[in-house]
Ligand binder design. Sequence first.
Ligand code: PLP
Length: 469
Amino acid sequence: MEKNLFRRIPKVDVLLETKQCKEMIDQYGYQIVIESIREELEQIRAQILNGKSEEEVLLLIDHILSSIENKAKEKEQFHIRKVFNGTGTILHTNLGRAPLSVTHMEKITEIASGYSNLEFELEKGERGERYSHFEKLLCKITGAQAAMAVNNNAAAVMLVLNTMAKGGEAIVSRGELVEVGGKFRIPDVMEQSGTILREVGTTNKTHLFDYENAITEETKVLMKVHTSNYRIFGFTNSVSMKELGSLKEKYELPIIEDLGSGVLLDLEKYGLAHEPTVQESIQNGADIVCFSGDKLLGGPQAGIIVGKKKYIDQMKKNQLTRALRIDKFTACALEAVLREYLSEENAIKNIPVLEMITRPLEQVQEAAEELCYRLTREEFPAVICTQKCMSQIGGGSLPMEQIESMAVSIQPHFISTELFAKRLRTLPIPVIGRVMDEKFLLDMRTFDRTGIAYFVEMLKIDRIFKVDR
Ligand SMILES: *Cc1c(COP(=O)(O)O)cnc(C)c1O
């Protein structure tokens, strides 16, 4: 019986001779089609060995050509893909954190698709610095003397410590020994950078005298880490940058701060909790501040370092910098995004992350109503309505902050919400939402408006609501 079934599987040569396969070869090329055929045949054989019933196996064989075509289609597709983000998490690390604007990308395309003056001083005709394109901008915006950037903020912390405290001690409060996403742990990074961590204070309380008592000949820097991804409440005390600054003169020690998110404007104005800005940190006496390029700053992945020129110069010369350096995409993107900060109005309008955070609820509501209306009109087999929800910043920034938002809620009649969500994830442009209380939610604050028409069309043609065969 099993043997019989094996015999029913079409041979490769026979399949290759079918009209459909010939068409597929024209479209996808021979290599992709032959691989798809072999994989499909292999799968059917495995199903037989696993004891699938005759009926089920024959059904698979009936559909063999369309299964092969699906495989070919998938192979032809890029693995990395655009997705529509309906999760409501603005800085979603798994979905690429900060999106860049099309206008900024046009500039990047122009620069990266040809040659540029990345490290070339046009006037002098000499070798230049890749930081030159955004260093002055950063200084102007933050009030720092000098600036540079490396691959990401984890790299920045490593470089700062390696340059300023290698072989010596860095004093950090126990309340600031954080782990951020992706297993980045401050104590581990310090060790990697060749710095000895000198913990002071307790989890909830650290005082100025804790730092002062820990200072010895071995101390190289005082370090503050912004606890960007969690908050402690109640009986707490931490030492501010200003207070720490009072030790600087007396002991001649530099203070460095890892700010995590690179906030360059006052978010309180837009109804969010106060998040310390880079400007404040510099003003309050930090000698070196580092932060991410793709968190609240809304730019490319980068670790930006600003502060005293004498330290930045040392970092530029550090061998590690060569290993951590940014490429032309990043240099160009940083210039494009930072230019927007010269006017707060432009920043809010033209940097997608800031635009999403500050977008008025009415606008989000409108988008939700439009999508809901268009879905309802199609009479899909589902309960569809708009629903209030909360967006979050994400990316380990402002953990307590939630922004009022509006979602479209879809609850299919005949299939589970999980299956529905899964089918949406496998669309040519995947749609990622949130499943809550058996409902599939698309938060319209992060869902790109250009996705509305696409989404409605996909629900129509892909039989997404159908019960499995
Ligand atoms: C996010 C974060 C980092 C790591 O930044 P990446 O750019 O993701 O490498 C380091 N320190 C703090 C405090 C952070 O919040």
